[in-house]
Design a protein around this ligand. Structure first.
Ligand SMILES: CC(C)(COP(=O)(O)OP(=O)(O)OC[C@H]1O[C@@H](n2cnc3c(N)ncnc32)[C@H](O)[C@@H]1OP(=O)(O)O)[C@@H](O)C(=O)NCCC(=O)NCCS
Length: 256
């Protein structure tokens, strides 16, 4: 699925997208942003006291700076989508910590950041969840697969792993393909869990999505909500090289 690029000025300020009066009813837009292109002093002027505290308190300055840049980007986008000034945005938390806008704006959003990239989805319709991961060569995919895959997904994953191990290609290419397939399924699952807002409490093994190099993203089953596959769609996101991303969208939202 197409992702728009949020651009910044040479001085490190983000250029808000031109959305006229805001996001129209039922619409969904997704943006990505290079967090290292944003100037921290400018970002800090947009953040709440709590957010500024997280920037300052981060053990790694780079991580704090990127957190600040991601939250400044979120505020710029939400203000543009709501058609109001960024200083009028008020946030609150759902039962399991999913942030949302207070005050009945009708906007839903989801933020994900990994390394120097962030993805932000905003909808004026159904719920959404986005997830982004930098494809890391040092991640033990097999170990994480045992933790997060449902039994049916584990069987499908074993088949993918077997298929990518057969053939005449170089071993490094097989490993890269397998790793790419794992990250693709991981972000689909995280996107769905984030859309539902249940966070880590939910347990990623309680639902299943499609796995495979050439299978369209789709929610197959959800133990807690058997009718969920009728109401949710999944899409892979087109992102910067080296990143995997996905979005989960509740029905009744149209992609612009
Ligand atoms: C909190 C959680 C959503 C963060 O996910 P992550 O991949 O580490 O980080 P991301 O950058 O993708 O998402 C972080 C953003 O999600 C949002 N978020 C926080 N709690 C959330 C929740 N319960 N539901 C949806 N979104 C949430 C926030 O905007 C947060 O941004 P911030 O940390 O800058 O404030 C995650 O720990 C989680 O609960 N994931 C659900 C899936 C799961 O069970 N994973 C197990 C580990 S494999």
């Amino acid at each position: 699925m197409r992702v728009e690029r949020l651009l910044s000025e040479p001085d490190g300020r983000i250029l808000p997208p031109a959305l006229g009066g805001g996001l129209t009813q039922g619409a969904l837009r997704i943006w990505s942003v290079d967090l290292d292109s944003i100037a921290l002093p400018w970002a800090l002027t947009l953040l709440s006291e709590a957010e500024r505290g997280r920037v300052a308190g981060s053990a790694l300055p780079e991580r704090g700076r990127r957190y600040g840049a991601a939250h400044a980007s979120l505020r710029v986008l939400l203000a543009a989508c709501a058609g109001i000034g960024a200083d009028r945005l008020v946030f609150e938390s759902g039962a399991h910590g999913k942030p949302r806008l207070a005050g009945g704006s009708g906007l839903r959003f989801s933020l994900s950041h990994s390394s120097s990239e962030a993805v932000i989805g905003v909808s004026r319709g159904g719920e959404i969840g986005v997830d982004l991961e930098r494809i890391r060569a040092d991640l033990d995919c097999e170990r994480l697969a045992r933790r997060i895959l449902s039994p049916a997904e584990a069987v499908a994953w074993a088949q993918v792993a077997q298929r990518t191990a057969v053939g005449d290609g170089p071993a490094s290419l097989e490993e890269e393909t397998r790793r790419g397939a794992f990250f693709a399924v991981w972000v689909r699952k995280e996107a769905y869990a984030k859309a539902r807002g249940e966070g880590v409490a939910r347990g990623l093994a309680s639902f299943a999505v499609t796995i495979g190099l050439h299978e369209a993203p789709r929610l197959i089953t959800d133990q807690r909500d058997p009718r969920a596959p009728e109401h949710w769609t999944l899409h892979d996101l087109e992102l910067a090289a080296g990143y995997a991303g996905a979005v989960a969208i509740e029905q009744a939202t149209c992609i612009e």
